[in-house]
Design a protein around this ligand. Structure first.
Ligand code: SAH
Length: 344
């Protein structure tokens, strides 16, 4: 038994033959899976019934049930996706002009423990398998054509490297969902071994690195991962990545009022980022999280000051809006509410 959504398009023929099933059916299978977006094999009506029965036993379609939807006034939808073992993750759908972005999760919870992040507040329960990640994508895909994926949901993708990469390769595959690699952004908190691995894949996925602090003292307070891989390891790894792949790295910097929002922080951030060729910065105002009421969103003037300092240092910088606030779309909060059993 092998979950259908863990099989890359080019592997189907071989796998069918191994099972003594007719391999010429591979294209019909792919069509059903990735053009018709079936949720169970009975819907694959182009295939003979006995063949569908064989597929059911050999290649089950991983169940990923939408347990809850919350919709924000800006059109952002957040789905709670439940898996067979009762665990759940969140995926967020974000409409914008000419775009429909899905933010996907790679783990149930997160083990990285960043202070400002709701997903980290309860630790990691388990990693998702590739087919679960694809099933999560499918739940979003059924609501509209996804143009972009950001791996910025729950979990640390480089702590679940193999399964995440398999799922993304599948979603990227021409005979699969065929979503362009440049439309898929992987975000890491800085798990250094992941950079070299990703560079060696030779696939043009976009890479974001969550920085959030310009020096080790502050970064280690906010992000425990920094104690394992401090800036003097992280930034050279980023530079090696951009040099080797000639691809941009985007540093994410969540601005937290009175924590990492001073002019000195902005100046220091500019200096650090310039150690990495082809680096950009995204500035994001903190989304408040219930477990840290002391962390507050900065004023617009602070965001503009940060932007101004970085631009003066010739760092390419974008100010990002926070989307879906009234849908609890800020990072792990929908699941947190379910796990805690708070009535809606
Ligand atoms: N583990 C990966 C991906 C998941 S987090 C990573 O750390 O990059 C996706 C992004 O959301 C990260 O940049 C993360 O730091 C940010 N984030 C988490 N909690 C946030 C909050 N409360 N407000 C704003 N951004 C937050």
């Amino acid at each position: 038994m092998k979950p259908a959504w863990s099989i890359l398009p080019e592997e189907w023929k071989g796998i069918l033959s191994e099972k003594g099933l007719r391999s010429f059916r591979a294209d019909q299978i792919l069509h059903s899976l990735y053009r018709d977006y079936i949720t169970n094999w009975d819907q694959a009506t182009t295939l003979p019934k006995d063949f569908r029965e064989a597929l059911k036993t050999e290649f089950p379609l991983t169940s990923a049930e939408t347990l809850d939807v919350s919709e924000s006034s800006d059109g952002t939808k957040k789905l709670l996706i439940g898996f067979a073992d009762g665990n759940s993750v969140e995926t967020v759908l974000i409409p914008a002009t000419g775009r429909f972005t899905q933010c996907i999760s790679t783990q149930v919870g997160c083990g990285m423990g960043c202070a400002f992040c709701a997903s980290g507040a309860q630790g990691v329960v388990r990693s998702l398998t590739a087919d679960e990640i694809v099933a999560e994508y499918m739940a979003g895909r059924r609501l509209g054509e996804i143009t972009n994926i950001v791996v910025m949901g729950m979990g640390e993708p480089f702590a679940n490297y193999d399964e995440t990469m398999r799922a993304l390769k599948l979603i990227n595959a021409g005979k699969g969902p065929n979503l362009g690699a440049r439309h898929i952004t992987i975000s890491t908190c800085g798990v250094v071994p992941g950079f070299e691995r990703l560079a060696s894949e030779g696939i043009q996925f976009e890479l974001s690195v969550s920085l959030h602090a310009p020096n080790d003292e502050l970064r280690s307070q906010l992000m425990p991962v920094n104690r394992r891989w401090p800036l003097d390891e992280l930034l050279p790894a980023c530079a090696a990545y951009t040099n080797r792949t000639k691809r941009v790295i985007t540093f994410e910097y969540t601005v937290i009022k009175d924590v990492n929002d001073s002019r000195e922080c902005a100046e220091e951030l500019a200096r650090q980022v310039r150690r990495v060729p082809m680096a950009k910065v995204n500035l994001i105002p903190l989304s408040p999280v219930s477990h840290r009421p002391d962390f507050k969103t900065p004023d617009d003037s602070t965001m503009l000051m940060f932007l101004d300092v970085l631009m003066k240092h010739h760092v390419q910088t974008m100010l990002r809006r926070s989307r879906g606030k009234d849908a609890d779309a800020a990072c792990g909060q929908l699941r947190l509410r379910h796990v805690n059993g708070v009535a809606r």
